[in-house]
Design a protein around this ligand. Structure first.
Ligand SMILES: [Zn+2]
Length: 209
């Protein structure tokens, strides 16, 4: 599953994986796991992260490859956060071998809506929960614990716009790589969570049929 920041990719990925009974493989999480478990790749990743750099394609591919080797992926899996580059996409095709088809869902939301969503969300000072906006206005009090809410510095509008420019630039080639495939689906992610989940489910069923 692909999508820009603010498109609801994590939420939709979790829902879809749960409804299909397959593991939700989020690269953020498996990277943290590999670092904790202290695998060869985990130790390499740790050094890179601690030096403030981005984890290379090579390390990321290795970590995903290790994860896809586990038994629970036999009947399918959902990848969230991978691939991010054409090189990773190419490696994924090789890892899959005969385990096709790879269904690619791109959650599509226009930049103005993404800016509205990200610049109005707030994070709780006490429990860290993230609260979206109500009718376009930022919430003031945490739903979970009643704590006070703040805006993360990278959710300020001008920073969000810049993040989106970087996202579009870095994924343009990747989308192009997948777009021509019969298993690629662009799903309108601008609606509410339930509606988008229904669209995503229908898109997956449409490819599998
Ligand atoms: Zn809270």
């Amino acid at each position: 599953m692909l999508g820009p920041p603010g498109a609801g990719k994590g939420t939709q990925a979790r829902r879809l994986a749960e409804s299909r009974g397959v593991p939700h493989i989020s690269t953020g999480e498996i990277l943290r796991e590999a670092v904790q478990e202290g695998t060869d790749l985990g130790r390499k990743a740790k050094m890179v992260i601690e030096s403030g750099q981005l984890v290379s394609d090579e390390i990321m591919i290795g970590i995903v490859n290790d994860r896809l080797d586990k038994d629970d992926t036999r009947d399918g899996f959902l990848l969230d956060g991978f691939p991010r580059t054409v090189l990773q996409a190419d490696a994924l095709d090789k890892m899959l071998g005969g385990r096709q088809p790879l269904v690619v869902i791109d959650l599509s939301v226009n930049d103005d809506e993404l800016v509205r969503r990200l610049s109005t969300r707030r994070i709780c000072d006490s429990c860290g929960a993230i609260t979206g906006s109500l009718n376009g206005k930022p919430a003031v009090v945490c739903d979970t614990c009643g704590g006070s809410l703040k805006q993360r510095s990278d959710d300020r509008e001008e920073v969000v716009r810049q993040r989106l420019v970087v996202y579009r630039q870095s994924t343009e080639q990747l989308i192009g790589y997948y777009q021509q495939r019969p298993t690629f689906r662009s799903v309108d992610g601008s609606q509410d969570e339930e509606s988008v989940a229904a669209l995503v489910g229908a898109a997956v069923d449409g490819v599998a049929a």
